[in-house]
Design a binder for this molecule. Structure first.
Ligand code: UD1
Length: 363
């Protein structure tokens, strides 16, 4: 059995790592790893391969950044010959980035079965590029692996036959559990002079937050107040960095003495930082899940989440981008959890194992 596995952007790497590992238990599964090159900076890509022990990609498509249409089309053009040459039994894609839908579409057009890891998540906000990628990828997948029950329910509601849907847990949490101890040895807190200090971590990269200067400015209004209470560390995504400069926001950020903007971090340093933080502010999807496991309060700077389980039983709170709401959420979270925080079902470090066993049975 041959399976072609696809990664492209930073959040894909921690998802594929445990799956590549789990394949090793089966010597009759041949695997190929394809990196589309959607993310290519050392700090957005290579570092993660090294730290997470992901095998060197067998094929690197070197697609790089472009508009959505151009990027998606270039990935499709580059990926089609790979599928034609290698004739896999299945293509496995993870997450919701442009590489996910681009390679998924190539696979099904060549009559190759598609497996989607992290299927069924829905923000119900079609203005998010990821939501379009999620809905489309799920609609053409043969095997759909879900992280939480809401994903299963959404897929059934969309008419996907139940026998294609598997609730397996969360591969991102497999990676977190495997690396947490190692991450504790990171010296990032010393490096940022944060030892023995309460601090907040901030990440922002969603187009709806960072491409629109008025929204970005409103978030900075809230940060201006919050950084008076607690130092904030802000590892900055390249997209956000570019927009700060383009929108004349650099001066406003520089005026905040307690907000420390730093380069994107590798997995282990970021995990150490996040697990030691008093609070996390983010618009990322994965970080909402990771803080749930770490039991660190998380304020999600968006109007919705496709990961509702993090709200139901985790430490996540949706606060949107209105400065008053962000500050109110901050004050509430700093006052302590209002309930016992639980771990979502099957987020136990064994999701990848389950996925590979199902692939073996079903293909
Ligand atoms: C992509 C995903 C998003 C995911 C995010 C994680 C899509 C539609 N979006 O968004 O779901 O949460 O990755 O990071 O697939 N850039 C660099 N170096 C890089 C990569 C990007 O400088 O290695 C810059 C480029 O200017 C590029 C911009 O970042 O134009 C955006 O990159 P892109 O891959 O288009 O989308 P992300 O915002 O990273």
């Amino acid at each position: 059995m041959k399976i072609v596995n696809v990664v492209g952007a930073r959040p894909n790497f921690m998802k594929i790592a445990p799956i590549m590992d789990a394949y090793k238990a089966f010597n009759d599964i041949e695997t190929l790893l394809v990196h589309t090159g959607q993310h290519y900076d050392e700090k957005m890509s290579r570092l993660f391969f090294n730290e997470l022990g992901i095998p060197e990609p067998d094929i690197y498509l070197e697609v790089g950044s472009a508009s959505h249409a151009v990027q998606t089309a270039e990935i499709m053009k580059a990926f089609e010959p790979v599928v034609l040459d290698h004739k896999p039994d299945a293509v496995l894609v993870v997450g919701d980035v442009n590489s996910t839908i681009a390679c998924g579409l190539v696979a099904v057009k060549l009559d190759v079965k598609l497996a989607h890891v992290e299927a069924g998540l829905r923000s119900f906000d079609r203005s998010m590029p990821e939501e379009i990628n999620r809905v489309l990828t799920d609609s053409i997948s043969e095997l759909l692996f879900c992280t939480e029950q809401s994903g299963v329910d959404n897929l059934i509601h969309e008419g996907i036959p139940e026998d294609k849907i598997f609730l397996v847990g969360n591969v991102m949490i497999d990676t977190l559990q495997k690396n947490l101890e190692k991450a504790q040895r990171s010296d990032i807190l010393d490096h940022l002079r944060l030892n023995n200090t309460d601090f907040a971590v901030l990440t922002l990269h969603r187009p709806s937050n960072v491409d629109d200067p008025s929204t970005f400015n409103r978030i900075v209004d809230a940060l201006k107040i919050i950084q008076k209470n607690i130092p904030i560390v802000f590892p900055i995504h390249p997209r956000t960095h570019k927009n700060l400069s383009n929108n004349g926001l650099v001066e406003r950020i520089n005026e905040l003495p307690n907000l420390q903007v730093i380069e994107p971090l590798g997995y282990l340093d970021f995990l150490k930082l996040m697990s030691s933080a008093r609070i996390v502010l983010t618009d990322s999807g994965g970080i909402q899940e990771e803080t749930t496991i770490l039991k660190v309060p998380c304020l999600t700077l968006r109007e919705n989440t496709e990961r509702p389980i993090t709200l139901e039983i985790g430490s996540n709170q949706i606060v949107g981008t209105d400065p008053d709401k962000i500050i109110e959420g901050f004050e509430q979270a700093m006052a302590g959890p209002s309930r016992n925080l639980e771990i979502p079902p099957l987020w136990d470090g064994r999701a990848a194992e389950r996925i590979v066993r199902i692939l073996k049975d079903k293909l």
